[in-house]
Ligand binder design. Structure first.
Ligand SMILES: NC(=O)c1ccc[n+]([C@@H]2O[C@H](COP(=O)([O-])OP(=O)(O)OC[C@H]3O[C@@H](n4cnc5c(N)ncnc54)[C@H](OP(=O)(O)O)[C@@H]3O)[C@@H](O)[C@H]2O)c1
Length: 249
């Protein structure tokens, strides 16, 4: 039987690339996002490549959105083999002191979106002996030039993966994290930053990244697939950053 994957935030960016890769590997993919046009476009793209995908449109940071998503999966076969928690954004203030409400918003998008999706889909994953992949960031590993709240939320995602590994293993479920560096996507965040301030972006790539290059979204999708297809990998964090982090695990 064909396996199924639910990828949070897969209408564009890294999530879209993960959805395309999983469809190529014969998964039926639930493609998700709040903008219907983007979701449908990615589903059509997968179908045009002879893959299988379904559109789910809504907000996956809310309890009602998560409940609706679960019902949708239940109405469409009711089984789930893989959950990828990909929603996240570093768009926030770079100041040291930031309003508590803004900290909470950043945690909702980057951390509680992962917790919510895992809570919601774990019963299905336990049934299928499936797995979870959480997209974190190198910002969660060491200090880089991004907002404090984003870094702390992404570190919390890594801690979540580490802490959940054993209880999930006892249920037959694996969980891993992927930590991307600077991922180049057309119209994505680095494309925007490059248009706004090319000098700063070039300085980061030339002076902070050992390989002096951006990471491709397809490389993140390949890393997701690497953890999915290896039955002995769990509780790990795979860094794909072209040599930006200095810390050895
Ligand atoms: N880009 C990078 O360089 C980079 C580096 C390290 C880590 N990351 C991490 O990688 C992940 C993906 O980043 P990206 O740059 O590909 O992001 P992106 O281009 O902004 O795409 C985010 C995706 O999530 C969806 N989304 C956002 N909020 C949502 C919500 N509340 N409910 C449902 N869907 C939602 C978006 O669609 P809608 O807006 O239509 O909802 C879109 O499909 C994030 O966790 C990010 O922190 C990215």
């Amino acid at each position: 039987m064909k396996k199924t994957a639910f990828v949070t935030g897969s209408s564009r960016g890294i999530g879209r690339e993960i959805a395309l890769k999983l469809a190529e590997e014969n998964y039926t993919v639930f493609v998700t996002g709040r903008n219907k046009e983007d979701v449908d476009k990615t589903v059509q793209e997968i179908k045009s490549l002879n893959g299988q995908a379904l559109s789910w449109v809504g907000d996956l940071t809310t309890e009602s959105g998560l409940k609706e998503a679960l019902s949708f999966v239940e109405q469409n076969g009711g089984s789930l083999d893989l959950l990828v928690t990909n929603i996240g954004s570093g768009k926030t203030s770079q100041e040291v002191v930031v309003e508590l409400a803004e900290w909470k918003r950043v945690f909702d998008i980057n951390f509680f979106s992962a917790v919510g999706a895992i809570n919601t889909f774990l019963p299905l994953l336990e049934k299928s002996k499936g797995q979870v992949v959480c997209i974190s960031s190198i910002a969660g590993i060491e200090k880089i030039s991004v907002a404090l709240s984003y870094s702390v939320a992404k570190a919390a995602v890594l801690s979540l993966v580490q802490q959940l590994m054993r209880p999930l293993a006892a249920m037959g479920v694996r969980i891993n994290a992927i930590s991307p560096g600077n991922v180049w996507i057309e119209n994505g965040s680095w494309d925007r930053k490059m248009k706004e301030n090319p000098t700063r972006v070039n300085d980061i790539i030339q002076n902070q990244v050992a390989l002096k290059k951006f990471v491709g979204a397809d490389e993140i999708a390949e890393a997701v697939w690497f953890t999915v297809k290896n039955p002995s990998i769990t509780g790990q964090n795979i860094v794909i950053d072209a040599g930006q982090t200095r810390q050895w695990p």
